[in-house]
Design a protein around this ligand. Structure first.
Ligand code: UGA
Length: 429
């Protein structure tokens, strides 16, 4: 099938590359010329395991095309995926200006029947809005259908999640259009659920919000575990054995970050409010998360002062296997530590370049994990990269000046850390 994907951000690029891998003809369009030029030269704009090889193979074999022309993309395809940015405004309302602009362009260049599929995460009702904008901008009347096909991929395992999703949600008021999209996913061994257009739009927000709720819930239990002297990991395991609850997303820590949970939870609270519904439970989820890093720093300050202390920070990306630092707890943490005049050394396996652009010379950048901890009074682990999990802990201890280790992701065994001579603090244990 002839597909175009408008927007080569995380979702757009991965979607286009995977469809091309499945044998479809895919045009990936982006208005950013430099990005498209780089893609043509095999250079990916994001770090995602497996993406580069898969993209470059399909490009060489002539199934994947890159363009900056939306006219071309619209005219040459029957199915058009909208995967442009939907950034939050200050009040967490979703900024739909990019989606609206693409819809207007689709209307302008439409030259036959098209299925317009929303992949971007957009508030309920956006599908209808896109339809109206397309109609308004048409020079000649053509039939088209709107579908919502939300994306559930996780950064760091985007290819795997896209090829083997738990479920594929296809929301449309047109059965024919929905069935065409079902065809597109032929060959994937996943449950496909066809829903109303608006249900699909809400499924995405409800899912991310629910996962965020699990995290804030377990983080609250972690606080209680600290007060009572119990162990949140054991509690999560005990809870997770109940199939109705499940163990996933019950890892306590210094809170969720990234470009999805904070944005989607904020947006759903906003949408609900604008529809006259007070989503109290979700407001609390956000509140718990917003306080996470501050609480962690307060805990550190109960043990040691920070002024002029040398602190090694391990992990900067919002989670492992990505270079993404959007809404990363590390940045909030660094801001608070700098306020307390701590001297910071930082290290991340892949996010260093992104962090340098934001923090400039406010911190010292280390070339590896050991270099980062050497000579420090205390170490704080923020992101649970494998390289930290498998680190030589004795080497870390020997290199440090002090003995304080604060683990924001419960990576290590407290007994082992103690036996190595660390004063070790983790979350809810
Ligand atoms: C999330 C969802 O998991 C995807 O299904 C969804 O498609 C995506 O958002 C999206 O809307 O595009 P992602 O943001 O890539 O994916 O990352 P997650 O693996 O969900 O982690 C989000 C945050 O929660 C991270 O900061 C992570 O450290 C934190 N987290 C996760 C916890 O603190 N505890 C956990 O148990 C799990």
């Amino acid at each position: 099938m002839k597909i175009s994907v408008i927007g080569t951000g995380y979702v757009g690029l991965v979607t286009g590359v995977v469809f091309a891998h499945l044998g479809h003809n895919v045009i990936c369009m982006d208005k950013n010329e430099e990005k498209i030029e780089k893609l043509k030269n095999g250079i990916m704009p994001i770090y995602e395991p497996g993406l580069e090889e898969m993209a470059n193979k399909s490009y060489r074999e002539g199934r994947l095309f890159y363009t900056t022309s939306i006219k071309d993309a619209v005219e040459k395809s029957e199915i058009i995926f909208i995967a442009v940015d939907t950034m939050p405004k200050k009040n967490w309302q979703t900024d739909l200006s990019s989606v609206k602009k693409v819809a207007a362009d689709i209307g302008r260049y439409i030259n036959g029947y098209k299925i317009v599929v929303n992949k971007s995460t957009v508030p309920v009702g956006t599908g209808d809005l896109v339809g109206k904008i397309i109609k308004k901008n048409m020079k000649k009347k053509f039939h088209f259908d709107i579908v919502s096909n939300p994306e559930f991929l996780r950064e760091g395992q985007a290819i795997y999640d896209t090829l083997q999703p738990d479920r594929i949600i296809i929301g449309s008021e047109s059965v024919e259009a929905a069935m065409k999209i079902v065809e597109l996913y032929q060959g994937m061994n996943s449950v496909i659920k066809i829903t109303k257009l608006k249900s699909a739009e809400l499924i995405k927000y409800a899912s991310n919000s629910f996962l965020g709720m699990k995290i804030s819930f377990i983080n609250s239990i972690a606080d209680l575990a600290e007060i009572t002297g119990s162990d949140v990991t054991e509690i999560a395991e005990g809870m997770g054995l109940d199939k109705r609850i499940g163990r996933e997303f019950l890892n306590a820590g210094i809170g969720y970050g990234g470009s999805c949970f904070p944005k989607d939870i904020g947006s759903l609270i906003y949408t609900a409010k604008s529809l006259g519904y007070d989503f109290g439970i979700l407001k609390e989820v956000k509140k718990v998360n917003d306080k996470r890093v501050k609480r962690f720093v307060e805990r550190i300050k109960k043990v040691t002062k920070l002024t002029n202390r040398k602190v090694g920070i391990l992990g900067l990306s919002f989670k492992p296997n990505t270079d993404d630092i959007r809404e990363a707890p590390s940045l909030k943490l660094i801001e608070l530590l700098l306020k307390d005049k701590a001297k910071l050394k930082v290290y991340d396996p892949v996010a260093m370049e992104n962090v340098k652009k934001v923090l400039k010379n406010k911190v010292e950048y280390s070339k590896d994990l050991y270099n980062c901890v050497d000579g420090t009074d205390l170490v704080i682990l923020v992101t649970e990269w494998d390289v930290f999990k498998n680190a030589d802990l004795k080497r870390i201890k020997d290199g440090m000046k002090g003995d304080l280790f604060f683990d924001g992701r419960n990576v290590y065994d407290p007994q082992i850390m103690k036996s190595l001579g660390f004063r070790y603090f983790s979350v809810g244990r």
